[in-house]
Design a protein around this ligand. Structure first.
Ligand SMILES: *[C@@H]1O[C@H](CO)[C@@H](O)[C@H](O)[C@H]1NC(C)=O
Ligand SMILES: *[C@@H]1O[C@H](CO)[C@@H](O)[C@H](O)[C@H]1NC(C)=O
Ligand SMILES: *[C@@H]1O[C@H](CO)[C@@H](O)[C@H](O)[C@H]1NC(C)=O
Length: 917
């Protein structure tokens, strides 16, 4: 092949490189011309539905529920559905237009269902089927050797799969296992196309037709309340498009993945730079990066933080550290990349990165600044900073603002439902990793705090900006709108000592209250005890249960009285809960009559600003309340309240509460529920302190005054002891989504690169991690993983796929650090062998790092691998605790197909009280 490299868009090649084709997207034959394969998706769709489902249940059910795609489909058959008159639904037809498929079921009496069930009943699932046809090139001589791959985009659909055609005559699909790809259900902006391998080689002589199945899942949070557009009938809108991937392997810029700081009067606002690249048809490894010599290298230099291998079909962000020596005022930064293709061929290419240059802010004018930092020291990450109008003598605390779902703040166009520029305070606007992130939980919370700490580091690094910095540990005024309003409650409850005041607007309480899970299919089958174990994975999201942590935080909760998106009762209910904990709490609920979901007045109103100003002026000293209760679900995701922190639970999976009463005479009386260890910050202790826990007097340990904490632990016999510790052990897990909290890029370990099913699963997982969280991942085989581990280079979280034939997994499990072990090549839990055909997911200690975790997706066949892959907790609301085992029944009865599940005890022990099997 002569074309070594085809590159897209603003990409120029370095002079010293062997001849390489440079091409724009348009020059590459994407389904055009006589030399190319062509693909067409039929506009005619078969539709089966609607079926009751609760939001996110499609991760447990088969995406083709109620169909088993390994069996013939009877288009005349009827299926039970509680939504339809007569209790049965059949197939119907629909037509898409310009890729857009709109599906509704007007024969269902939605208004009648809704009258008793509310929003919960609008949630539904439908199976959507059409055909996709590949047309061979007309010029035979130009046939590429390999069968083409497709680039498919499914916007607002949950899963899709391409299958061999299923016309009854040629049906031998039973041998074929659908590979479900995750769609871009949130319509995220920076979402590369899914690379889809065709299930069979297409004919060279005539068109070949395949089936395309899409799981259509209506969620209020995605499609909104139909009454807003004057209808009772919920409507799915899914945009489905496909192209043929160009046959020549090529490396493509993914500019929507770039992470670029704004330059303010010629100086970069942050020391991190990310370059998005997508590999097609082969792997590429980037080994080095440099600002192009001769032109600009005196002003700016960059260094690649680690060699980065991009798999065919993968999009990654190259992590670069940026150093600046002098003002840089051009509007592009040329960066040379040294790249090696999978076949060993080396070349260099130059990427012209666009640079946004803005003037310095002043009292009268400013532009939003995109600032960057290296998350976990490894991943380039951006946030928005809005400078204050004036510098102040003493640093003034910043405002931390959490945006609503679907708002891409980096485009600097979010002002309508956001706080205005402040007089003395920075406004820090993190992304939460993406427009949805994890609804401001887990990695999105971490991102918010990291942005807050990154800004003063950026300001302090430059003399002109240093006077504008604030201390990184400062307590903030936390605000949010909609999903971010919910997020503001969530983050403040988990880190109350970091928040001065809270202003949540148009907040919902928690997802399960926003759209109830009433019409869960699984619930008709599952043992309620098992359901309880699974739903412990939702406890950390239950913002109402953690309100006790905010009784001493000033709160102004705002909600439009006519909010059409988040019903106003959510804010009322949270305020009611707070007042129940403390009738004297400093909480104001402002319901703005007649106002909708998003309106200027929420933050623009003078009363909101007066509350913010008063909170900023309030003295920083810790208020000493007489009594408070700290509520915790996952210690690793929760900080202290008034200096008290829960470190370890007695029964993880259950709620922990710590009630502290402070006497004027220095007594500290602590009562605990479900707590094994706590830390008490030195600041709240003095020589006069007389500490008791559960009525048991606990003398402060010697030397406590110079230690950061006093740690108190409860022994099995119920007695407490106190000691001083400099590093504290915090229980690491609690639910499977801990895997998203990675200190660096994730490593996905497949048994062997020749294992097509595992490699495909890993690529699909890497794609979802990128689209949903902008979490970078590298894919390695077992041999490479062993080498990385032994070289101390396995630093981020690890996901291992496969079975006992994955040598890395076998070695890791041999250390017997959890109750899962291999027995004669089979997975066993506490010695009981797990049946073939089951899928097992579990968190496991990371092989080398204390601050990271590992997840095992164990499956012995392709069907089991598909099932466990869908349970990776990519979105909120997927009820996966620390470990579970499920089997094929899940396809039809969802979570009731889980045979065993649990939350680990401290030290990765079996936790009988929170396990079911
Ligand atoms: C659907 O998406 C495709 C590809 O992104 C786009 O070209 C098309 O205009 C979209 N259709 C509609 C109706 O928005
Ligand atoms: C309540 O909080 C506001 C804002 O921080 C503050 O101005 C006000 O004084 C507080 N009220 C009480 C009674 O503490
Ligand atoms: C789907 O059908 C195939 C072929 O009949 C069968 O082997 C398989 O067990 C079925 N799957 C489920 C989950 O019932």
């Amino acid at each position: 092949m002569t074309t070594a490299l085809a590159v897209c868009c603003a990409l120029v090649l370095a002079a010293a490189v062997p001849p390489v084709m440079s091409s724009s997207d348009a020059q590459i034959p994407l389904g055009q011309g006589p030399n190319a394969w062509r693909v067409a998706i039929s506009d005619s769709w078969d539709v089966l539905g609607p079926f009751p489902i609760h939001a996110r249940e499609q991760h447990f059910l088969s995406p083709s529920f109620p169909l088993n795609l390994s069996e013939p489909i009877d288009y005349g058959a009827k299926w039970s559905s509680a939504y339809a008159d007569t209790g049965e639904v059949g197939w119907s037809k629909a037509t898409s237009s310009d890729g857009l498929l709109e599906i509704s079921f007007p024969d269902v009496r939605w208004a009648s269902l809704r009258a008793t069930e509310g929003w919960a009943v609008l949630q539904h699932h439908a199976v959507l089927r059409t055909t996709i046809t590949l047309y061979p090139p007309s010029e035979r001589s130009r046939f590429p050797q390999d069968p083409p791959q497709l680039l498919v985009d499914v916007i607002q659909g949950s899963f899709f799969a391409v299958l061999p055609s299923r016309s009854p005559a040629e049906l031998d699909a039973s041998a074929f296992m659908p590979k479900w790809h995750i769609g871009n259900i949130y319509a995220m902006k920076a979402s590369p196309s899914n690379t889809v391998a065709l299930p069979t080689v297409p004919s060279l002589d005539e068109p070949t037709t395949y089936d395309l199945f899409v799981s259509g899942d209506y969620e209020i949070r995605l499609f909104g309340d139909p009454t807003v557009r004057g209808s009772d009938v919920p409507k799915l809108s899914i945009n489905i498009s496909a192209r043929v991937q160009p046959p020549e392997p090529w490396l493509q810029l993914a500019s929507d993945h770039d992470v670029l700081p704004t330059f303010v009067s010629g100086w970069a606002f942050g020391d991190a730079l990310g370059v998005g690249l997508r590999a097609n048809g082969d792997t590429w490894t980037v080994t080095r990066a440099e600002v192009v010599t001769g032109r600009d290298s005196e002003e700016v230099s960059v260094a690649l933080l680690r060699e980065t291998r991009i798999e065919a079909g993968q999009t990654r962000v190259l992590p670069l550290a940026l150093t600046q020596h002098a003002a840089f005022t051009r509007d592009t930064l040329p960066v040379a990349l040294w790249i090696t293709r999978g076949n060993g061929q080396a070349s260099t290419l130059i990427v012209e990165l666009p640079v946004r240059q803005i003037p310095a802010w002043d009292t009268d004018g400013f532009e939003g600044i995109v600032a960057t930092y290296l998350s976990g020291g490894a991943t380039p990450t951006a946030f928005v900073a809005v400078p204050p109008k004036e510098a102040s003598e003493e640093p003034v605390a910043p405002l931390l603002f959490l945006h609503g779902a679907g708002v891409p703040v980096l485009d600097l166009n979010f002002w309508l439902c956001a706080p205005p520029r402040q007089r003395h305070s920075w406004l820090v606007v993190p992304t939460g990793r993406t427009e949805w992130g994890l609804d401001w939980h887990g990695p999105s919370t971490t991102d918010a705090w990291a942005a807050l700490a990154a800004l003063p580091a950026i300001l302090s690094a430059r003399a002109e900006w240093a006077p504008w910095a604030y201390p990184a540990s400062t307590r903030v005024v936390l605000l949010g709108h909609s999903n971010g309003g919910q997020g503001a409650w969530h983050v403040a409850e988990r880190f109350p000592d970091r928040v001065r005041a809270l202003v949540p607007a148009a907040a919902y309480m928690k997802a399960q209250a926003y759209v109830p899970l009433l019409h869960s299919r699984s619930a008709r089958f599952i043992d309620p005890y098992m359901r309880a174990v699974l739903e412990t994975a939702l406890t950390p999201d239950d913002n109402d249960l953690f309100v006790s942590n905010l009784v001493d935080t000033p709160i102004l909760a705002i909600h439009g009285g006519a909010d059409e998106n988040v019903p106003v009762w959510h804010s009322r209910a949270l305020v009611d809960t707070l007042k129940t904990w403390n009738p004297a709490a400093n909480v104001t609920f402002r319901e703005d009559p007649g106002e909708p979901h998003c309106y200027d007045g929420a933050f623009g109103d003078g009363r909101t600003q007066a509350f913010i100003d008063a909170s900023l002026d309030a003295p920083l000293a810790l208020q000493r309340p007489r009594s408070f209760t700290l509520t915790v679900a996952i210690p690793a995701e929760s900080g202290p309240l008034h200096g008290f922190r829960v470190l370890v639970l007695w029964t993880p999976g259950r709620l922990a509460r710590l009630t502290v009463t402070m006497g004027d005479d220095g007594t500290l009386a602590v009562f605990s529920r479900n707590v094994r260890a706590i830390a008490i910050h030195r600041e709240v202790l003095s020589p006069e302190t007389s500490l008791s826990i559960e009525g048991q007097a606990l003398p402060l340990p010697h030397g406590y005054a110079s230690a950061p904490y006093v740690v108190a632990r409860k022994a099995a016999d119920g007695t407490w002891t106190a000691s001083t510790e400099t590093t504290i052990h915090i229980q690491p897990s609690g639910r499977a989504s801990a895997i998203l909290q990675s200190p660096g890029a994730l490593t996905l370990v497949v048994p062997d690169r020749a294992d097509g099913a595992s490699l495909s699963a890993a690529l699909r997982l890497a794609h979802a991690l990128d689209v949903y969280h902008k979490l970078d991942s590298s894919i390695v085989d077992a041999r490479e993983a062993v080498a990385l581990r032994d070289g101390g280079a396995l630093d981020g979280n690890v996901v291992v796929l496969g079975d006992a034939r994955n040598a890395f997994l076998a070695e890791t499990l041999a250390a017997a650090r959890t109750a899962f072990a291999l027995r004669d090549g089979r997975l066993a839990l506490e010695g009981r062998v797990i049946g073939r055909g089951s899928s097992t997911l579990f968190l496991h200690p990371h092989p080398t790092a204390d601050d990271a975790v590992m997840m095992v997706l164990f499956a012995e066949d392709d069907a089991a691998l598909e099932r466990v892959l869908r349970l990776f907790p990519i979105r909120t609301g997927i009820t996966v605790p620390d470990w579970l085992v499920l089997d094929s029944e899940a396809d039809a009865i969802g979570a009731a197909g889980v045979h065993a599940a649990g939350v680990w005890g401290d030290g990765w022990t079996m936790n009988g009280g929170m396990s079911s099997f």
